[in-house]
Design a protein around this ligand. Structure first.
Ligand code: AMP
Length: 386
């Protein structure tokens, strides 16, 4: 089956056409500057559509230019927030679209944009099966003691304030791949998955299910990220609010100006590692804070899963930065974790083990592929028999 995978943002639309049985990408692209006025900047990229419907016309034209006539079997949408309702990918109809929209207050930047993508497809291809794959769904198995915040109950009951977790599609995909690499049925996989990209989260997996994860009510909680602070004392916000910072000021500071960028002036891990290696003290501090925070989570999640059988690194930093992996592993000696320096430094796109045979548990690098996971989930929902 050919599946069109759509990641619809407020001003961008990312797409891939995948052959699910072959596991291959047939074509992909990115339409930018939706609703920002016409006029590309001449660099060869298609841009400047008025709305998502126009963007979809550009996608359709690009797909046909690349691949000629082809028949798409379904469209799979990345949807950020599935709230408490969605624990699995679902086939989209009007009621599901409205349910996703009702979750807008929980993900004001993302869900409305996801719905624009869904509506554009519905309008253009009314009979096309569409599936929503939710970033939060994999974390619906969190036990209540992990998802509750210790705040007055009515904040949960009236406002939905609880931990939801994100990056679920990636964590689930990597969990399955890690279990396969270790020759374990996924239901016997207990481990810790560190998804370290520009956004970063770590998940505790017990019996193949998510039992805790570092992102919470929003993707801000948890690890130090490219531009997000991760955990901090919430009283800092009260303090700054009293000093005149507006909610928008706080939001910008925490989500866009913090993390590696706040500490080292740069949100790109490669640049921060290079700067630290050439003696930049701020970059070294940023790496120390970031690796320490992650190591603390891994230690905690080792307890949460009742003894991890593996530690897994994935996403841009997790897959590529051997220096950052080494910094984290150096802090995990108490767990008996030991990397093989040679294996860790190897460049490869394959799932692999990077720990020594003496390491108490294997450390793995598993490349994530969210689009592949979305395409597979979409095909499975649309034609369950395969
Ligand atoms: P992602 O959001 O998964 O695309 O990951 C982005 C992050 O991965 C950025 O911090 C990049 O600096 C980092 N990254 C990508 N490639 C490399 C690399 N070869 N070495 C170190 N970090 C990398």
């Amino acid at each position: 089956m050919l599946v069109l995978v759509i990641n619809s943002g407020s001003s961008s639309l990312k797409y891939q056409v995948r052959d699910v049985s072959a596991g291959s990408v047939l074509t992909e692209g990115l339409i930018e500057k939706i609703g920002m006025g016409n006029g590309g900047d001449g660099d060869g990229e298609i841009e400047g559509p008025r709305d998502h419907a126009e963007a979809l016309e550009l996608v359709d034209a690009a797909i046909h230019r690349e691949l000629g006539d082809l028949e798409l079997g379904a469209v799979g949408h990345r949807v950020v927030h599935g709230g408490e309702r969605f624990a699995e990918p679902v086939q989209i109809d009007n009621e599901i679209t409205r349910a996703i929209e009702r979750l807008n207050p929980l993900a004001p930047l993302h869900n409305p944009a996801n719905v624009l993508g869904i509506r554009a497809i519905t309008k253009k291809w009314p009979d096309m099966p569409q599936v929503a794959v939710f970033d939060t769904a994999f974390h619906r198995t969190l036990p209540e003691h992990a998802w509750r915040y210790a705040v007055p109950d009515e904040l949960y009951t009236n406002h939905g304030i609880r931990r939801y977790g994100f990056h679920g599609t990636s964590h689930e995909y990597v969990t399955r791949r890690a279990a396969a690499l270790l020759d374990l049925p996924v239901e016997e996989f207990d481990g810790v998955i560190a998804h370290l990209g520009n956004g970063a989260s770590v998940t505790a997996i017990r019996g193949g299910h998510s039992v805790d994860t570092s992102m919470g009510f929003t993707p801000l909680e948890g690890l130090v990220m490219g531009t997000r602070s991760g955990d901090l004392d919430p009283s800092i916000l009260v303090f700054l609010g009293r000093a005149g910072w507006t909610p928008e000021d706080l939001d910008t500071m925490l989500n866009r100006e913090s993390g590696l960028k706040g500490l080292a002036g740069n949100n790109d891990m490669r640049s921060v590692v290079e700067a630290a290696e050439s003696g930049d003290a701020k970059a070294a501090t940023a790496l120390a804070v970031t690796s320490y925070r992650l190591a603390k989570y891994i230690g905690g999640y080792h307890v949460a899963v009742g003894g991890a059988k593996a530690l897994v690194f994935t996403a841009g930093i997790g897959e590529n930065s051997h220096q950052f992996r080494a910094l984290v592993a150096d802090r995990l000696g108490a767990l008996g974790i030991e990397l093989d320096a040679g294996l860790n430094a190897e460049r490869s796109r394959e799932p692999r083990v990077i720990s020594t045979p003496q390491s108490a548990i294997p450390v793995l690098v598993i490349p994530t592929d969210e689009e592949r996971a979305i395409a597979e989930a979409t095909a499975a929902v649309v034609s369950p028999a395969g």
